[in-house]
Structure formats: structure tokens, C-alpha cells
Ligand binder design. Sequence first.
Ligand code: FHN
Length: 480
Amino acid sequence: MKQFKRYLTIVVACTSMMQAGWAQQQAPRKALSYGAQYTGKRKDSAMAKFRTNRFGQFIHWGLYSIPGGIWEGKTYSYAAEFLKSSAHLSSATWDSLMYRFNPTKFDAHAWAKMAKQMGVKYMTITTKHHEGFCMWPSQYTDFHVGNSPFKRDILKELVEAYNAEGIDVNFYYSVLDWHHPDWKYDIKTAEDQTQFLRYLDFAYNQLKELATRYPTVKCFWFDGTWDNSIKKNGWWTLEVEKMLKKAIPGVIVNSRLRADDYGARHRDSNGELMGDYESGYERRLPDPVKDLSVTQIDWEACMTIPENQWGFHKDWSLSYVKTPQELVEMLTLTTSLGGNFLLNFGPQGDGAIRTEEKQIAATIADWMKVNGEAIYGGDYAGWKKQDWGYFIQKAGTNKVYMVVFNQPFSNIARLQVPDKVKITKSYLLEAPAQSLLLKETQKNQFNLYLPAVKKAGAFVIVLETEQGGGAGKQYQDAKT
Ligand code: FHN
């Protein structure tokens, strides 16, 4: 009897778990007016170009770049672009920095040349960060570069210089605006909403102004949309997206803009991605083994060089500073999972790029010059992740790249090949004439013998493949 009761208990437990799981899977979809407008990846050429670019330069530059994290001799370790709040400064004090903004060392062409050599294919510039200062002469506010001693239209100079180098330009825009009197963090009353609507009109007009003044912009990168005031106005976020896509056909919008009918962000209340790509990976990357779902969407990770400084901070000794090798591995990991990598630079208040950033850019440039072929147009290969590094599939070709970061002591890189795939050639990207020995060890598994001389840094091996391969010999499965 006891046996039967135990069996019954198990059956009841399994049934209720299945019912719960079934119920969850079948949760009725919510009818949404401001949810995802489409599902799946965009298939148009503009999105394909964004995807192929893979490597971008983020630039955070504004009034916060002048003090660089230090105020009246005191150093504040938090993100430099937050110094106004870290040092508890009044808006009047902070906004007066506009009269000190005169970056005489700013040279858009020099910035663009450095970016070109580093190998980026796009650049995302802060048009307006949370402080509300506009890097273009906006007609909707006096708080802009035209009213600073510098006067010049920084966005115009950057767009022209980067486009001239063949680099796409994207615009970062903070909806959160500490300067504007009608900004609200939350909406509690009808008066709050009336006031906030004035801010939403202002921001809508500024975004339309940006799309009209700079029509070559390829993407709008929204930020500062996490407050309840925006979550309660999801309708506006969809209006903005529609306006931008009408103003510039093909323009791309990241997932940080939208809020749906229930205030859900990035993914709507039915779990569908809003915007054209996921931009929630900030200073973190997906796990290349556990987070493979990310390969089903377009996504981008943005990354600081110090632990958490987007704007220029005078003192980089306050936190760990990533090495160029670590940043190259982050770029590679991101590409291997079908994502874009957006590496941040924080120019100084005088317009110069700090020495450390120039050195890092130069080291990355050296690596990209030899190995960039594995990054541009690279995508998820679907091969089993190995300890030595990452597989990258070159979309539309028969090439799979092995980017080796951890050269095994045995000098043998093991690889497991998907069924029906045959490797016809294997060689170093930098020395294509030098074929590498590949030995089949068991069904779909191979040893690849790496160059005897240990390489100084990460290197790339090209595997040329064809369909219809698979294990030549018959292998006996173990009887256990
Ligand atoms: O608060 C901002 C921060 O300053 C920076 O702009 C980053 C970049 O993605 N976004 C916000 C923090 O998540």
C-alpha cells in the first residue's frame, strides 16, 4: 500500500507541475496599443549594415567633462557625468559650466581618424546627456553649445568628420533632463501630467530637430527612460519611434526608448522586444554558454574602460581599468553571440582624448588590422563553445573563425563539428598559406594542431567548411 501511495504522490506532483508550467506558457497575451510593433529580426539593409558593423565607439562628452569628477578640490569616485548630484550642486552652479565650455583642442577629424584606425564602423555621440546641455544649437532651448564660448555645432562637425571616414554616426539622447523645468520623475496628479506633457513636447521637437538637421544619422540611442513618468506615458515613446522612422526611413531605435501600456520596458508585457535591438547589456556581457537565447535577437553591449566612468574622470586610479586585450575579448565574445560591441571614450573638457584612451585605441587598432575580418559581419556559429576561445560564423560564407585567447599547453585545440559539416581547409588568418593539421579523433570531433610558436596575443584560425561532411570512419558508441 505504501508503495502505491508514494507512486500516487509522485504522479500528483508531476501533474500539478505540468499544469503550472502549461498555465504559465498559455498565459493569455495582453492586448497592447504601445507594445512591440513587430517580432523577429529586421531584414532590411539598414539593419543588416548595423549588424555587420559589429564594433562601435561610444562618446560621452558634455559639461561634465570640464570638472572631470573633481569639484573644489574634492574627488568624487562615482561616474563623472553624475558629479552634479554626487557633489550636491545646484542647477544654477552646474548650468554655469556652459560659460566655461570652450574645447579649443577639439578636432573632429583627429577623433574620426583615431576611430577609423581602431576599426570601429559606427560612433554613438551624446547629443544631450542627463544634464540637459545640447551639443548642437537647438532652437528649443538656450542651454546649448551655441551659447557657450565655443559656439560651434559639435554634432555637425562630428557627423561630417566620421561620415567622411566611412563611419556611421548614431545619436545618444537622454530623455531624463535635469535642466528642463517640466521634467518629472513621476506623475502623481493631473497637474503633474500637464506639466510633463510640456516636457514630452519639448523632447519630441528636439528629436525631430535632430533627425531633420542631421539626416545621415543611422540610429537613435535612447537613455534615461527608467522613471515612472515615462513608464506612464508609453504612448509618447511609440509616437517618437514612429516620427523618427518616418523622418529617416531605415533609422534604427534601441530598446531603451519604449514603454508599453503597462510600463514594461525593453520587452513588452507579452515578452516581445520593443525597438530594433536589445541595448540592456551595459558593462556586462551574456554568458557564451548559458545565454544563447540572445543569438535570436539583435543586441548591443556598451562598455566603459574603467569600471564605471562614461564621462571624462581625471583620476582613473579610482577603479580597475580594462586592458586592450580584455576589451578585444569582449568584442570577440559579443560578436560570437551575434551582438554589437560599443566601447566608450570620454573626451576631456578641452576636447583632447586622454592618453590612456589613445594608447588603448592604438593597441586595439593593431589587432583589428590583422583580425578584423573575423569581427565584421561575424555571427553566432552554433558550434560548441571550447575553452581556447570563440567560434564566429561569417554570415553568407563557408568560413568559421576560431579566435584563440587561451592557447592550450598541448598546443591542440579541440573542436566539435556539427553533424553534416566537413572542414576542408584550416589556416591562420594572418598566414593563409600555412595550413594547420586537423585530425579526426571521434565522431564530429577533431584535434587542430596550433602553430608551434606561442603567439603574443589572441589570434584567428580560419576553417573553410562544406555541408555534407561528418565522420568518415564508423565509431562505436560505448555500451555503459
Ligand atoms: O546614467 C547613464 C550613464 O551616464 C551612461 O550614459 C549609461 C550609458 O549606457 N547609461 C546610463 C546608466 O545606465
